[in-house]
Design a protein around this ligand. Structure first.
Ligand code: MN
Length: 232
């Protein structure tokens, strides 16, 4: 049977390198509060287990390396925050994936921004309501080119960093994530069946803060790539 309205093209992320291609996005999972110092700055002790939320697949805003993407300042907020994060792309799905097997399910990595309407998120938290309006809006998930896992060198010392207008706002190491990438995959896949095309934003280090129209955000993870976005 034909579809009764036009089918939207899947959201996708460009793959780095001469072979190129597009990585189709299935779901976008995000890990909340996965860095002790960020948890503390958000008013928590830093010892709670992480939790998950989702953004719609079409919230991704793919940006080629060397280019400057444009993110429109979203409606309703006066406190748009940046959160720089390492993004894991799932190539092989599964349920109840053990941490020791998890990296075999990873297709690649990218640098991402979990952009947040912090005032709306805070209001929803206060009222005990879902965060969607604070986290899951259009263009809320800028992402750089996807790099194949075999081409990335990620270890505890890998630097993750975000500059705004040339000034460093966030600078940390992947080893400071409370839950490692294999542990995140183990926990996530206990709750959801992971599928090829899933992206996981793995959580931000401390130093989150507001941006305004005209600001240029430069995000990088050493050995993984970079991402530049202007707020318009
Ligand atoms: Mn985040």
């Amino acid at each position: 049977m034909p579809f009764v309205i036009p089918v939207a093209a899947p959201a996708s992320v460009p793959v780095h390198g001469p072979s190129g291609g597009q990585f189709p996005v299935h779901r976008v999972y995000c890990v909340g509060r996965n860095c002790a110092q960020h948890a503390v700055e958000m008013g928590f002790t830093g010892r709670e287990p992480p939790f998950f939320f989702l953004k719609p697949a079409d919230a991704v805003l793919p940006v080629r390396e060397g280019a400057t993407g444009e993110m429109h300042y979203p409606s309703l907020t006066r406190d748009l925050h940046h959160e720089v994060e390492l993004v894991v792309a799932i190539g092989q799905g599964g349920h109840d994936i053990a941490a020791k097997d998890a990296l075999a399910h990873v297709w690649g990595y990218a640098v991402g921004l979990d952009m947040t309407r912090r005032d709306l998120q805070g209001e929803m938290k206060k009222q005990g309501r879902p965060w969607c309006i604070g986290k899951a809006f259009e263009e809320s998930a800028p992402i750089g080119e996807l790099h194949r896992a075999a081409e990335c060198r990620i270890d505890a010392e890998t630097e993750i960093r975000l500059d705004v207008n040339g000034q460093t706002r966030q600078s940390s190491r992947i080893g400071k994530l409370i839950w490692s990438i294999p542990e995140i995959i183990e926990h996530l896949s206990a709750a959801w069946t992971l599928a090829p095309g899933d992206l996981i934003y793995t959580g931000t280090p401390e130093g989150v803060g507001a941006v305004v129209q005209g600001d240029v955000l430069s995000a990088s993870v050493t050995g993984v790539g970079s991402l530049q976005v202007k707020i318009v």
